[in-house]
Design a protein around this ligand. Structure first.
Ligand SMILES: [Zn+2]
Length: 465
């Protein structure tokens, strides 16, 4: 008895998470994500899946980031009719993320002169197949395969997936592992029962600043920005990062660490995502944050915060005199409403732009980070006289040492036959694999796209196609 594990995405790359696990009778996918580069629409996105979508029994989703869910509507369009299992918060968030992606894909496709990858009807087809699966419930999902989810502390609802065969052979796939401790989420749970472990390695070779330092730095940067007297722009990632920013701002203001100035949440998606965080906060946050939620109803609101979902409300921000903070997407300044604010305010030397996340090569955010004094936004050149600040440590991913701790915890009881380092750049995956081997004495494998491995309780072997 064995399980087969194939890597069809997220091997040697951070994005495009897609793994196939097969028993003798059943086929289960874990994640069906979008590959993301400088350009969302890449040639390989449009190609066929390397497996028959109609033959897949079920899909289990680790979390709602686009690089883990973004190709689900295409899978449905290609004939997948099985169930899609995910935690209740992940279901709500994936619904928002997928509906939002329809517009982005349509826009990109128009520029490239081709049909979009999928449309709203495909997304709705996916919703009809979704079935909620709570953490810590063993659920048969396909002939000869059952699934069990555990919290990974990455974003709200994120889970690792343990898939078990009939004889108890187990494969655990981590999805993304959180930057614990988080002020909102419970720390990641160990997975001490894998015969084979597939773990993420995005920051497998880097360390984050300490959590205390990242809050202090953010406060310092904000205080300086307010002192400069101009508008403060924060390009924000809608999911998790925006909620963390609101949470910290709320704390700073209520502790009177910053003077009270109006804050605008100018992102329709981030506003909806924040509502999902409020909906599940009293049951899916860590105990302290849950208690705070029950007492205060929301951790993300404060008296002079204004959400501006409609275009009209967004336009009215301009009329507000005096200093203000504007939080708007997209996080790398590559679209969304932030571009308009940047065009308007970056030429003003009193403005401060605060970046709180990874800026991919080729994006306007990255160019500003590298010191460009002029960028193109919406087809127009924009002169940058504003101060550009970069605040590190707000990533939702575990760093080098935390990943090693995760691997060590996975080895504590039942030693996996092998640990695969996936979902990272090739050099990072190799670095983490080397450390797992050297420090923990475990067999670590850097998987390649298209490889299939046979997993039993006694061995892990590559299957030659
Ligand atoms: Zn993620």
């Amino acid at each position: 008895m064995s399980l087969k594990l194939s890597f069809y995405g997220g091997a040697g790359q951070v994005t495009g998470s897609n793994f196939l696990v097969e028993s003798e009778k059943g086929k289960v996918l874990v994640d069906c994500g979008m590959e993301q580069g400088a350009d969302l629409v890449e040639e390989h996105l449009y190609g066929p899946f390397p497996y028959d979508a109609t033959a897949i029994d079920a899909l289990v989703v680790t979390h709602s980031h686009l690089d883990h869910v973004g190709r689900i509507p295409k899978l449905v369009r290609d004939g997948f009719k099985g169930k899609i299992y995910l935690t209740p918060p992940t279901k709500d968030l994936a619904t928002l993320i997928l509906l939002d992606s329809v517009g982005i894909l349509a826009e990109e496709a128009r520029m490239e002169g081709r049909d979009p990858l999928y449309e709203t009807s495909d997304v709705e087809g996916a919703f009809a197949l979704m079935e909620e699966l709570e953490y810590h419930v063993e659920k048969p999902v396909a002939p000869g395969v059952s699934a069990y989810l555990r919290n990974t502390g990455h974003i709200l609802g994120a889970a690792s997936v343990r898939l078990s065969g009939e004889d108890g052979t187990t494969i655990v796939l981590t999805g993304d592992i959180g930057n614990s401790p988080s002020p909102l989420l419970t720390d990641w749970e160990p997975t001490p029962d894998a015969d084979a472990l597939v773990m993420e390695s995005v920051y497998g070779d880097r360390l984050h600043p300490r959590h205390k330092d990242r809050v202090e730095t953010l406060l310092k940067v904000l205080a300086c920005a307010i002192e400069r007297g101009g508008t403060i722009l924060i390009p924000a990632f809608s999911l998790e990062r925006t909620q963390l920013m609101l949470y910290e701002l709320s704390n700073f203001f209520s502790a009177k660490q910053l003077p009270e100035i109006p804050v605008f949440l100018d992102s329709p998606l981030a506003i909806k995502v924040t509502a999902v965080y409020e909906k599940w906060g009293s049951t899916y946050f860590n105990p302290e944050a849950e208690a705070e939620m029950k007492k205060e109803k929301s951790l993300f609101e404060f008296p002079f915060l204004k959400a501006t979902p409609s275009t009209q409300e967004s336009m009215e921000i301009e009329q507000v005199k005096g200093q203000k903070i504007i939080i708007a997407g997209a996080g790398m300044s590559h679209g969304g409403r932030i571009g308009g604010w940047e065009s308007q305010y970056l030429p003003d030397p009193k403005t401060t732009l605060i970046m709180v996340g990874y800026q991919a090569p080729g994006t306007p955010g990255r160019r500003m980070l590298e010191g460009a004094r002029e960028i193109r936004l919406g087809g127009h050149p924009v002169r940058i006289r504003a101060k550009v600040e970069n605040v590190e440590g707000w990533s939702a991913h575990a760093d080098r040492d935390e990943l090693l701790k995760f691997a060590e915890a996975a080895l504590a009881k039942k030693r996996p036959q092998a640990i695969f380092t996936a979902l990272g750049e090739p050099a990072t995956e190799r670095f983490l694999a080397q450390r797992i081997h050297d420090y923990l004495g475990a067999r670590a494998i850097v998987p390649e796209y298209g490889q299939t491995w046979e997993i039993t309780k006694e061995s892990v072997k590559e299957v030659q196609h």
